[in-house]
Design a protein around this ligand. Structure first.
Ligand SMILES: Nc1ncnc2c1ncn2[C@@H]1O[C@H](COP(=O)(O)OP(=O)(O)OP(=O)(O)O)[C@@H](O)[C@H]1O
Ligand SMILES: O=P(O)(O)OC[C@H]1O[C@H](OP(=O)(O)OP(=O)(O)O)[C@H](O)[C@@H]1O
Ligand SMILES: [Mg+2]
Length: 289
């Protein structure tokens, strides 16, 4: 059972620095919460919204949440899995995307079977050991804090297992990926596994989800002749159903519908070809669906 705070505030863990920090604070701000303006600040109370933020290393966040010390947190899926904490993913957040791979000197390895007997350097020992155990591969795993790519040049390891985003760090170190992707990661909201629903968590989750939907949809408005409405609605069905309003001009209506941001320009071309005019696209800042 998670222990409620004396204050009754929902306790939220946020990455204090690193790859996830800025985007995490941005999504919280867009969700209507106060955020720190000084990167050295460790905690922040937003009493008006019933929450308190704790700025922590993303690697530690799943542990705090798993123990019930904090109610919910933002961290990477890879860090959550690596921690082995009693925490679970409750919402993928769509930023901080990366893949996790084995890599070695260019041209040296081409399959994961060749890992047997090697020395593997990684900051993600939990992920790597679970992967090796699942496949029955015996290898020596060494934990490094960072800059793992350099460990091969220094003769400490034969292979590295690390986060890859653009791949430029690997290339610069003369390394290349081999074998399949171990996991695909992105930032996620995590809560305690089997911890029930602490007061305020559902509202928090809904607010953040509203921002994610608002980021991936736009609002489209256009005017069209009445006899084209069925075809137009087939192109822009909206979430539930589009709004169709009468216009002063006889035989014409105005249509308003949310449409996916990706492909919205193509949709505008198709509507134009159908005879729609006055086609407008506007951003949505937040929503509850
Ligand atoms: N280019 C990237 N480098 C590192 N982590 C990334 C990158 N892109 C996304 N991530 C994700 O960010 C999380 C790692 O967060 P962390 O704060 O450790 O980042 P970092 O920038 O490597 O920090 P540090 O300064 O401690 O090395 C993981 O979930 C990882 O998948
Ligand atoms: O594929 P890329 O776009 O090059 O990004 C991946 C690299 O970025 C991270 O390193 P970071 O800068 O966090 O340094 P660290 O190794 O000391 O953590 C990660 O550990 C990889 O080395
Ligand atoms: Mg790093």
């Amino acid at each position: 059972m998670s222990t409620p705070t004396a204050t009754g505030l929902l306790r939220i863990a946020v990455p204090n620095k690193g790859a996830l920090s800025q985007a995490a604070s941005d999504i919280l701000r867009e969700s209507g919460y106060r955020q720190r303006d000084d990167s050295k600040q460790l905690t922040l109370v937003d009493a008006e919204n019933g929450v308190e933020f704790f700025y922590l290393r993303p690697r530690d966040i799943a542990l705090y949440v798993g123990e019930g010390t904090l109610d919910v947190g933002i961290t990477g899926r890879d860090l959550l899995l690596d921690s082995g904490a009693q925490a679970e993913e409750v919402l993928p957040l769509g930023f901080g995307r990366s893949r996790f791979h084995f890599a070695g000197p260019a041209g040296r390895f081409d399959s994961l079977e060749q890992l047997a007997g090697t020395r593997i350097a990684t900051s993600y020992v939990g992920v790597v050991e679970a992967f090796l155990a699942e496949r029955g591969i015996e290898a020596t795993v060494t934990r490094l804090d960072g800059a793992v790519e350099t460990s091969i040049q220094l003769g400490v390891a034969d292979v590295v297992a690390d986060v890859v985003e653009t791949g430029s760090t690997l290339r610069r170190a003369g390394l290349e990926i081999f074998g399949e992707t171990l996991l695909r990661s992105e930032a996620v909201l995590v809560a305690r596994r089997g911890g029930g629903m602490p007061p305020g968590l559902e509202v928090f989750r809904r607010r953040v989800e509203g921002v994610l939907v608002a980021r991936s949809y736009v609002m489209m408005d256009y005017d069209i002749a009445e006899d084209r409405v069925d075809d137009a609605v087939a192109l822009t069905p909206g979430i539930e159903s589009p709004t169709v309003s009468p216009l002063q001009r006889a035989g014409w209506v105005a249509i308003r519908a949310m449409v996916p941001r990706a492909g919205a320009q193509r949709l505008m071309d198709e509507l134009w070809d159908l005879g729609a005019r006055g086609i407008l696209l506007t951003d949505i800042h937040a929503c509850r669906l």
